[in-house]
Design a protein around this ligand. Structure first.
Ligand code: GDD
Ligand code: MN
Length: 415
């Protein structure tokens, strides 16, 4: 006997503090309760993927927490009838339940609707298209069982990455993250991969507040409105899609920014006291100062001693200063973080990123200098304008290098 379809909840998007009675949700659902874990699988036209996915997930979970979990597939009335393919699977996999939504649609609300009927103490989400490797699931689960309020699969910590992405695509993805750090650092800055749609959260950390997500990035809502203290991050490689197509369009980028702006303007973000990185900032400043001397010395050597052209000398001097700064930062300013990403190839990648961030900082500096000089101050205050520009660029460089370059698993320990 297959499980009967779950009826989609209506009303506000809100996760209940205690799991709803199963008699109200699905009398035909077998497993004993309460459950440890509920995993929501949002789908839209994924019929080519669900069979393999469900087989893999159940095999893993049956070996780890047999009969203490459920899978909830939430389908938005796919034209390819994914919901029906999944429904037919419930015969073989009694832990699986299927919700077919016909009135509402959208990825984020699908996830929350699934959590609303969930019985588990830990609530999770995974894409249906096998781009999120199922093997990572047990590591995430273990991290939450060990006490993390939120465990996020991340492309940007050790063991993480993307399979076949072009430089342009990586740049766009990171650009969106940088923009997010500017718009809403209190949310985006807390994890290395704020775009992740593969994570688990403790029910008690997300139950209660009214959720109001926009677009694709449900994790932003969880971090912004939940009460998340300890976060664990597990590296994973984002796989290429084999069957079906991505549903992402430019609209998701707009939604992402709109979502962050909303989180910020509604001012309900759960602020976590993060220690101000005073000593790191001082180290950063001292290294920057050393770079100034390196730059000056090389410039003197090349242009005065060897008589090279000024521009050529300056470019080489600046580049040597950047590289010198990098090695100091890697060995001193961010030593604690670089120790977690050992090896020369990882170090070389950090150097390339550092270089790119510094060059973008240079461009930013030119724009800021012009802005303050031409629009804010009167004439003859170019040095005041430059000082402010340098200060702002230094903050930029520090912040982006900390969050995007040296950042690894940022596990916040409970005090
Ligand atoms: N129910 C429902 N409704 N599911 C949806 C909808 C919808 O409107 N749109 C997409 N989905 C499902 C897809 O079927 C898939 O299982 C999952 O949500 C992700 O959608 P994709 O279209 O495959 O997204 P992607 O591969 O570009 O996206 C992802 O980017 C991240 C990496 O930055 C995100 O969705 C993340 O989950 C992922 O980690
Ligand atoms: Mn996908």
């Amino acid at each position: 006997m297959p499980n009967q379809l779950l009826s989609p909840p209506s009303g506000p998007l809100q996760v209940p503090i205690t799991a709803p009675s199963i008699a109200d949700i699905n009398p035909s659902f077998g497993p004993k309760r309460p459950l440890k874990f509920s995993l929501v699988i949002p789908t839209y036209n994924e019929r080519g993927n669900v069979t393999q996915l469900i087989a893999q997930l159940t095999a893993l979970l049956d070996g780890f927490i047999p009969a203490e979990y459920e899978l909830i597939l939430v389908d938005d009335d796919s034209a390819d009838r994914t919901w029906q393919v999944a429904q037919d699977l419930t015969d073989r996999y009694p832990q699986l339940q299927v919700m077919r939504r016909q009135k509402e649609h959208g990825l984020s609300s699908a996830v929350i609707r699934g959590w609303q009927v969930a019985q588990g103490e830990i609530l999770g989400v995974i894409d249906a298209d096998l781009q999120h490797p199922p093997e990572v699931l047990l590591k995430l689960l273990q991290a939450t069982l060990n006490g993390a309020d939120l465990a996020v699969a991340s492309r940007h910590v050790e063991g993480g990455g993307v399979s076949d992405w072009s430089v342009v695509r990586r740049f766009l993805s990171r650009g969106a993250q940088v923009l997010g750090l500017v718009v809403c650092p209190a949310v985006v800055g807390r994890v290395s991969d704020p775009m992740s749609g593969y994570f688990m959260v403790r029910r008690s950390a997300i139950a209660g507040p009214l959720l109001n997500p926009l677009g694709y990035k449900i994790l932003l809502e969880v971090i912004g409105r939940g009460s998340i203290k300890e976060i664990a991050e597990i590296g994973y490689v984002f796989q290429e899609r084999v069957s079906g197509a991505s549903k992402v369009t430019w609209k998701q980028y707009i939604d992402y920014l709109g979502h962050l702006a909303r989180l910020r303007s509604q001012g309900k973000i759960t602020k976590v006291r993060q220690d101000f990185p005073t000593s790191r900032l001082i180290r950063y400043g001292l290294v920057g100062l050393s770079g100034l001397f390196v730059d000056m010395a090389i410039l003197y050597l090349l242009s005065t001693q060897l008589g090279w052209g000024l521009t050529r000398s300056k470019i080489i001097a600046a580049e040597i200063a950047i590289v010198s700064n990098f090695f100091w930062h890697d060995a001193w300013t961010f030593a604690d973080l670089s120790q977690r990403q050992k090896g020369w190839s990882a170090r070389f990648k950090r150097l390339l990123k550092f270089n790119t961030i510094c060059l973008i900082g240079l461009g930013l500096g030119v724009v800021l200098l012009n802005f303050f000089y031409n629009l804010v101050f009167q004439q003859n205050q170019r040095y005041v304008a430059n000082l402010i520009a340098i200060g702002l660029v230094a903050v930029w460089n520090f912040q982006i290098n900390l969050k995007l370059n040296w950042r690894t698993a940022a596990v916040l320990r409970r005090k």
